[in-house]
Write a protein that binds this ligand. Structure first.
Ligand SMILES: [Fe+2]
Length: 489
């Protein structure tokens, strides 16, 4: 935990002048992403680092409308994957939609047929029952030795070919029977290669299903744990020997969903008086260690966690004092963001044996999202957390993220890489340097609204405030998206 961190001071210098209010980000989602086959990428500036060899996979909603109908929420778009491969002959890219059954049905029909997180099925009332949900396979990817998984927390993974992105179909990972789901944020233990994940099921009360897999993704152990309500849980954190969940006071009401009257996203209530529950599990046995509650807050994403020398857990995450973010993400497909949030990049210390929270710091008091660390540091003490934030003078209510930020827990400092006017990065992905794993690169996809293009930007992770070491031109605009992963050679 940092005391009186210097970044609290530096962060307040973001400024009051609102210069970046052009909202050019909306052009990045105005049209569906266009698939392209394997294409060499021209270098625009700099050079590809000599030891950067491997593949970046990124996923997000590729299209937010069909047949003249817009989806109800950013989460509802069909998943499309960008693959950027770095070899000795340069970089090549490939962009493909995940061929889910729902996607294929809608392509054939030329219109939206299914309901989703933020919309009920269009058309006649019986469609609400017949087509309540489409697995959009749009949220995150994990690269296994023999396949890529496209993840969506409401269902099972889709497996794809690592090179061609050909969709192979639903993958149960050897254990996902019936209605069991597999969430979009599995954690890979860098020391053992084991993969941990969860899925929430239930119509009225929630059931938290925990999974422990080997390095191939095959589920070896699973356990189910009853929850007090049906919550919205998107992520968890691996911290030393623990798996830790924050169950926010967002309650999904199953009846209107079951009757086909409202979508999931429109059937939730924010009840902060219920508090946020903290569940700590032993990662080996998947058994409960402690259960407690603290003040009510919301989060989508954790950054990282570890156990310190006194046995206390330190965690950082992108926290929210309210649930306005759901409304904000509902607005995003319309191209107009209006709803502000009270949020930031927060740190929390807790006693894992009791679950009691000892302290909370708030290190960056603007909307922050997609916190991440080097995959080699997951669950262990770490130095840098990277996330998306805002450059100086940005109207943070109306704009999309336009900067990559980094908190340095060693120096208690904050670095903000402002990408310039009308440029919008996606979640950075960390690629470790195989020659010196303590260093590496940050890869991101930047939408440049000045000329309506998308580019691959590569930063030296140690010198985030310097110019990128390389910029590459993509063949077409990649719509704003969610998560990515790096698979080294
Ligand atoms: Fe996520």
């Amino acid at each position: 935990m940092v005391q009186n961190p210097a970044f609290l001071d530096s962060e307040t210098k973001l400024g009051k002048e609102l210069k970046n209010t052009h909202k050019a980000w909306k052009q990045a989602i105005a049209e569906p992403g266009q698939e392209f086959s394997s294409t060499p990428l021209p270098v625009l500036e700099g050079t590809i680092p000599e030891y950067l060899r491997g593949t970046l996979y990124r996923i997000g909603p590729g299209r937010l409308s069909r047949g003249g109908i817009q989806v109800g929420h950013w989460f509802d778009g069909d998943g499309a994957i960008l693959r950027v491969h770095f070899g000795d002959d340069g970089a090549t890219a490939l962009y493909r939609y995940v061929q889910t059954k729902g996607y294929q049905h809608e392509v054939a029909a030329g219109k939206l047929l299914y309901g989703n997180y933020g919309m009920i099925a269009p058309g006649r009332f019986w469609n609400h029952f017949l087509r309540p949900l489409k697995n959009v396979a749009n949220t995150a990817v994990i690269a296994l030795p023999d396949k890529l998984l496209a993840l969506w927390e409401g269902g099972k993974p889709h497996a794809l070919d690592l090179e061609t992105l050909e969709t192979q179909g639903i993958d149960s990972l050897g254990a996902l029977k019936g209605g069991l789901t597999y969430s979009a944020h599995p954690k890979r233990d860098p020391q053992t290669g084991e993969i941990f994940n969860f899925g929430v099921t239930g119509k009225f009360k929630g059931c938290l299903n925990l999974y422990k897999s080997d390095s191939t993704g095959k589920i070896l152990v699973s356990k189910a744990f009853s929850l007090d309500w049906l919550p919205l849980v998107h992520d968890f954190v691996l911290a030393g020997e623990y798996l830790i969940f924050f169950i926010p006071p967002v309650k999904v009401h199953g009846l209107p969903v079951g009757l086909g009257l409202r979508s999931y996203g429109n059937s939730m209530t924010w009840e902060p008086k219920s508090g946020t529950q903290i569940l700590v599990f032993d990662k080996q046995t998947l058994s409960l260690v402690s259960r407690s509650e603290t003040e009510g807050f919301f989060l989508w994403h954790f950054g990282n966690g570890y156990v310190d020398e006194n046995g206390m857990v330190m965690i950082d995450f992108a926290g929210y004092e309210d649930f306005n973010i759901n409304q904000r993400l509902k607005e995003l497909p319309t191209g107009e963001l209006k709803t502000p949030t009270k949020s930031g990049l927060w740190q929390l210390i807790l006693n894992p044996k009791t679950g009691k929270v000892k302290a909370v710091e708030k290190g960056y008091n603007h909307l922050a999202e997609f916190p991440m660390v080097s995959p080699l540091e997951i669950g262990q003490k770490w130095r840098y957390t990277y996330f998306l934030g805002f450059g100086k003078g940005t109207n943070t209510t109306e704009e999309f993220f336009n900067a990559i930020a980094r908190i340095d827990y060693k120096t208690d400092s904050l670095t903000i890489a402002d990408l310039g006017e009308n440029r919008y990065p996606l979640e950075p992905t960390y690629a470790a340097n195989p020659i010196n794993p303590q260093s590496g690169w940050l890869l991101t996809i930047v939408y440049d609204g000045n000329n309506h293009t998308s580019e691959v930007w590569i930063f030296d992770s140690e010198h985030l405030d310097d110019e990128p070491v390389c910029k590459l031109e993509l063949p077409s605009v990649i719509p704003l998206g969610f998560h990515g992963i790096w698979k080294g050679n």
